[in-house]
Design a protein around this ligand. Structure first.
Ligand SMILES: [Zn+2]
Length: 427
């Protein structure tokens, strides 16, 4: 199949291209219904409303959601143990479930009988799979929902699935080769391992294999890895975001410029301390509300993932905002001048400078203001003068904050293993 055919078209053109104001109305209508279901059917959700002092009819708009607290993923185990098995969050009787999974952290995840339960059909069509593709699905089919979740989404749009599961690299290479598989779903590093094994077996991956497209999740997809797959091996690569709790969250379109919010969910990016919604470009926690899911009526589930979104128009014509990238996990953030920064962002700043060997962001309090200093350790023969301005520019781009840059020796770093050192003292 030609690459352009994979890059154009919509799973649900009308919904995906609906002008944002209309789409917002559509989502808010579904939200009112979801809120009513949660309040009436899930005792733990009702308790949340009561604790916040709001009734189900008070939540009518996306903004109104802010009056309800977040259900943090980190608390799920605790909730489920206190009220087994689903923490009072299930909207149906236990005998109305198709499957019950157990995910890392010993969290149970329910799956209902409805078609496209995880809403991955749109994700897989829009990332470029087409009916007739034969796809190696290397997510786990064991206990966690990943494998079956993808299986359902792929077969739902007319693809043939080979349930490869995790590991067994040699077998997976053989399957990909002998069955002339056209697609791959899994983490990017495992595709890398498959390609390397094929090459060790004396194959020329680009010439001897038929792999046209890989859709990845679960691991950071770096630009370098994507470029290698696309340019060296001729494999189109797109990524999506989903979790075992809520299924689809966001996916890349043909434009490869961020992941559009998936449909039939409300995606918020919020301040993890206050639960308030953040604007475009601001880093915060990704929070998901499920719509049209009476089985698991989760309102404001905190995924623990940090990201930021942009809402400028996407050339693909889809109107939903895009999560630009995952920045890290919420338990590692530091708030500086109202912005959250994460250790991975410090690494991202220096990744483009081969001259910089190590770096550390130091946060202090000076005259009642947060002060950010970026310590950089240079290799020998590197010029501080030439690096200063590009480094400052890069810090502004990645951290979205201004920082003083100081060049230091490796021995000057305060706790060398830490990317962020917070020296502020609070009374
Ligand atoms: Zn797009």
């Amino acid at each position: 199949m030609k690459k352009d055919e994979r890059l154009r078209g919509y799973y649900d053109e009308q919904l995906e291209t609906l002008p944002w104001e209309q789409k917002k109305n559509f989502l808010e209508n579904l939200l009112q219904r979801a809120v009513m279901t949660a309040y009436e059917q899930a005792p733990a959700m009702r308790a949340k409303f009561e604790a916040a002092g709001v009734g189900p009819t008070d939540i009518r708009s996306l903004q109104d959601l802010q009056s309800l607290g977040i259900i943090p993923k980190a608390k799920m185990r605790q909730l489920q143990q206190a009220s087994p098995p689903f923490g009072g969050l299930l909207g149906v009787d236990l005998d109305k479930l198709r499957r019950i999974y157990s995910s890392p952290g010993a969290i149970f995840d329910p799956e209902g009988f409805q078609a496209d339960y995880w809403r991955l059909q749109a994700v897989f069509f829009n990332t470029g799979f087409r009916p007739g593709d034969r796809i190696l699905n290397t997510f786990s089919y064991h206990l966690t929902p990943g494998g079956l979740m993808c299986d359902q989404g792929l077969s739902g749009i007319g693809c043939t699935v080979v349930p490869g599961g995790v590991g067994n690299t040699e077998t997976q290479v053989q399957l990909m080769d002998e069955l002339k598989l056209t697609g791959y779903v899994g983490v990017p590093s495992f595709l890398q391992a498959i390609i390397e094994r094929a090459e060790q077996n004396g194959k020329d991956f680009r010439r001897d294999f038929n792999l046209e497209i890989a859709v990845t999740a679960g691991e950071m997809l770096t630009d370098a890895t994507r470029n290698q797959f696309e340019e060296k091996y001729g494999v189109l690569v797109r990524q999506f975001l989903a979790t075992a709790d809520v299924g689809a969250i966001a996916y890349e379109c043909g434009q490869k410029n961020g992941m559009h919010f998936a449909d039939y969910r409300i995606i918020e990016v919020v301040d993890p301390e206050t639960g308030k919604q953040l604007g475009a470009g601001q880093v915060g926690e990704v929070v998901v509300t499920l719509l049209e899911n009476p089985v698991y009526p989760l309102i404001r589930f905190g995924t623990g993932d940090l990201s930021f979104y942009e809402d400028d128009p996407c050339p693909c014509g889809r109107t939903s905002p895009r999560l630009m990238k995952l920045v890290g996990r919420v338990d590692q953030v530091t708030k500086v001048r109202g912005m959250f920064i994460h250790p991975s962002q410090v690494e991202e700043v220096i990744a483009v400078f081969s001259e910089i060997q190590a770096a550390q962001a130091v946060v202090e309090r000076e005259h009642g203001r947060d002060k950010l200093t970026f310590l950089a350790v240079l290799g020998q023969d590197s010029s501080q003068k030439e690096l200063l301005s590009p480094l400052q520019e890069r810090i502004r781009t990645v951290l979205k904050l201004r920082a003083d840059v100081t060049f230091v020796q490796a021995s000057d770093l305060r706790e060398p293993d830490k990317r962020i050192v917070d020296l502020r003292e609070w009374d």
